[in-house]
Each structure stands twice: as structure tokens, then as C-alpha cells.
Design a protein around this ligand. Structure first.
Ligand code: PLP
Length: 403
């Protein structure tokens, strides 16, 4: 074996996310007793709801720790249908697969439907793991570039999708993340329906990653995809526990709802590679989604979003996009390019601006380069309001110091 062949070239190309590098800067600042404002990680804070914690502990104390159904607990799969309003939509428990986080649902989709080199289309600012997961499944990831560019807040239209499908006869699926991580945008009902209709017409799967679907602001409701005999064979929905509940990302529970043949393939697949997710975590998730959804987290995030919008002086040369959903503020920082930091470093990329914010004021963000959108930063505002206020002032100081 040659040295360069010890790791598969495909996987060897993977890099840890850029936010990890900024974490190291944050660690150094903390060690020096300097303030750090962490807007980098996409995770809700606060406490796990007591009934969720108790369900987990009860599963342990009653020893529900043997292997379960590889596709997930039947009662959780039934509850998922109710949670998504799909009980009377022509689906049964066999259409629901419970996974180790939404991430594994996505990987299952790529593995179950793609042949090597099949093309998978993503929306214009794809979440960081879509491309590595698709590549690991030997599929070929392609980003749909909207003709309107950032003019439509990077949203893909039906025409954009059609154009890309014309160019890619081997396209197997279009993956839409709604609400969008990282831009915080929401495709409305008409936009969603138009994209779904193109997929049905072209016989490609419409994969909807709806992980943030409960976190919508200003009274909006989630634009549910149309489910009928025409769409059902092409519609795959991915969702999970990690974002709509507090402190639940580490439970590692997600799920997908898919046409029967695809769901069967995914269940068979995961019977070999995970044997299904952890049973106590599934019980905790069942407790969480079996109650009517409490809007406390959403209200808190909406109030943070409003706080951000009301802040006094904004960072100069930065355009902050409106945030109708999710907990991400998306900043256009291209106005900083060409400027120099007091330490002499010129701002040439989102990575440079993110690195300057981190080393000058301890403000940790996610650089647009991780989402294929050079020129932008993503800031998670799922933090306590005091930290948000102080951190925003620190970000303003850092940007104002560029000249
Ligand atoms: N999809 C999107 C858009 C995400 O933001 C994330 C996590 O950040 C995931 C999927 C993966 O979620 P999970 O932690 O449930 O695997």
C-alpha cells in the first residue's frame, strides 16, 4: 500500500468544520481571561424539559436497553406521523424511519436512492454536512445557483431548478432545507409547491429537511408540502429533535418519512450499520413530541431576533438580513473586503472577517465559506439576551476598527 492510500481519497478530503478552528481561538482567549461571545454553534440552550428527562431515566431504570426495531420504536414512529400532521396522509408506521439524528436520515436517503455518480442538487447555501454526506454515498453534489443571486435572498426558484435538471440528466434528488440554515430564510407555500411540482414532473425526489420548522416568527406557519398520490412517491421529509427542543441535540434522534420502497431500503440499510438508535433516547423523544408543542423556545428566539433588529448602532458596512425563521442571523460582510485590521491583515474573505472578529473581540461566528457562500457570516442568536447585547457591541467595535 502506498502512503497516500492509507485513507480513501474520498474521505481523506474531508476537513473538520471551520468553526472548530475559531473554537481554538476562543479557548485561548478564555484561558487568558478575555471575553468570548459564541455565536458559532447551531444549538439551543436552556434545560431539557422535565418530562423528556424523566422518560429517558424511566427507560433506563426499567431496563429498556436491549436491541429494538432497527427502524425505530413503533410507538415513536406513530407519534412522528402525528407530530408532522401526516396521520391521515396515506402513510403508516412503515413509512417512518427513526435515525441517529437528522444527519443519519440524510445519509440514509443518499445511500438508499443514489447510484454512484448520481447527481444530488442542493439549495444555494447548503448546510455544511450535505456535501460530505452525499460524497460519502458516492453521489455527486451540486449546488443550484439562483439566477437572481443574492437578490432573492439566495432562494432557489422553480426555473432555477428546472434549468439545473436540464443540465443534469442523472439528478436523483433535490434537497431543500426550509427554514434555511444558514440564511434564516423561509420558502413560502407557493415557492415550496413550485419546487415540489418540478420534482414530481421530472421524477426526482424532493427531500425536505425541515429541522427548524417550529421556529417561525411573526405568526408564520410552516408551509407544509402537498401530500397526495402524485407527490407521495417523490417526497421525503427529514426532521428530528435537535433544534425545536431545548438541549436535545445530544439525544441524537431524528427521523424521516418516505415512500414505502425507500423507507424499506433505509430500514434494511440501518439494520446493518446501526441496528437503530438508542432506545432510551427514543423514549425521551416520544415524550417530547407526544405533547402539544410549547412555543416558549420559539418566543425566546423571536425576542432575541427582535433585540438584534432594535440594536443601536449596527456594525458599519455590514448588511444584516431579516430573519423570518430559525435562529441564525445572516450577515453580508462583503463591504469589509479590501479593508485592513489594525494588525495589518487585509480582509479578503469571510474567513478573514470571521478570524478578525474572533481574535480582536472574541466574537465567534460561522464563515460563509462553510456554506459555499463567500462574503457572508452566520451568527446563532440562540444565546442569553445579555450575551447577545454585549457580543453585538463587540462585533460592532471589531468591524468599526477596520480601515
Ligand atoms: N440539517 C440541518 C439544516 C442542520 O442544521 C442540522 C444540524 O445542525 C442537521 C440537519 C443535522 O441535525 P442532527 O443534529 O439532528 O443530526
Amino acid at each position: 500500500m502506498l502512503d497516500g492510500e492509507r485513507v480513501s481519497p474520498k474521505i481523506g478530503k474531508f476537513r473538520p468544520s471551520a468553526t472548530l478552528l475559531l473554537k481554538a481561538v476562543a479557548g485561548e482567549r478564555r484561558a487568558e481571561g478575555k471575553p468570548v461571545f459564541d455565536f458559532g454553534l447551531g444549538e439551543t440552550k436552556g434545560s431539557l424539559a422535565p418530562h423528556v428527562r424523566e422518560a429517558f431515566l424511566r427507560a433506563i431504570s426499567t431496563e429498556q436497553t436491549m436491541y429494538g426495531d432497527p427502524a425505530g420504536l413503533p410507538e415513536l414512529r406513530q407519534a412522528v406521523l402525528a407530530w408532522l400532521g401526516l396521520e391521515r396522509a396515506g402513510y403508516g408506521v412503515e413509512n417512518v424511519i427513526v435515525t441517529n439524528g437528522a444527519k443519519q436520515s440524510l445519509f440514509n436517503v443518499f445511500l438508499a436512492v443514489c447510484n454512484p455518480a448520481d447527481c444530488v442538487l442542493f439549495d444555494a447555501a447548503p448546510w455544511v454536512s450535505y456535501q460530505p454526506l452525499a460524497s460519502a454515498a458516492y453521489a455527486f453534489p451540486v449546488m443550484v445557483v439562483p439566477r437572481a443571486g443574492a437578490g432573492n435572498r439566495l432562494k432557489v426558484t422553480a426555473d432555477d431548478l428546472r434549468r439545473n435538471l436540464d443540465l443534469r440528466p442523472h439528478a436523483k434528488l433535490f434537497l431543500l432545507n426550509n427554514p434555511v440554515n444558514p440564511t434564516g430564510q423561509l420558502y413560502d407555500a407557493d415557492e415550496t409547491e413550485a419546487l415540489l411540482a418540478v420534482c414530481v414532473e421530472r421524477r426526482v425526489y424532493f427531500v425536505l429537511d425541515r429541522l427548524y420548522w417550529r421556529l417561525l416568527f411573526d405568526g408564520r406557519s410552516f408551509p407544509e408540502p402537498r401530500v397526495d398520490d402524485q407527490t407521495r412517491p417523490w417526497l421525503i421529509q427529514v426532521d428530528g429533535m435537535s433544534k425545536n427542543f431545548r438541549r436535545a441535540g445530544g439525544l441524537r434522534i431524528g427521523w424521516s418519512v418516505a415512500p414505502s420502497d425507500v423507507a424499506r431500503a433505509m430500514a434494511n440499510l440501518q439494520s446493518h450499520y446501526t441496528s437503530g438508535p438508542s432506545t432510551p433516547a427514543q423514549h425521551a423523544s416520544l415524550a417530547a413530541i407526544s405533547r402539544p408543542y410549547q412555543g416558549g423556545l420559539r418566543e425566546e428566539l423571536e425576542s432575541n431576533r427582535d433585540l438584534l433588529a432594535r440594536l443601536g448602532p449596527k456594525p458599519p458596512r455590514v448588511e444584516i438580513w431579516p430573519t423570518p425563521a430559525s435562529f441564525y442571523s445572516f450577515w453580508d460582510v462583503r463591504g469589509c473586503f479590501g479593508l485592513k485590521a489594525p494588525d495589518g491583515v487585509e480582509m479578503r474573505s469571510s474567513d478573514d472577517v470571521a478570524a478578525w472578529l474572533a481574535r480582536s473581540e472574541g466574537v465567534i461566528t460561522a464563515s460563509g465559506s462553510a456554506f459555499e457562500q463567500e462574503g457572508y457570516l452566520r451568527l446563532s442568536f440562540a444565546v442569553p439576551p445579555e450575551e447577545l447585547l454585549e457580543g453585538m457591541e463587540a462585533a460592532r467595535r471589531a468591524i468599526a476598527a477596520l480601515g
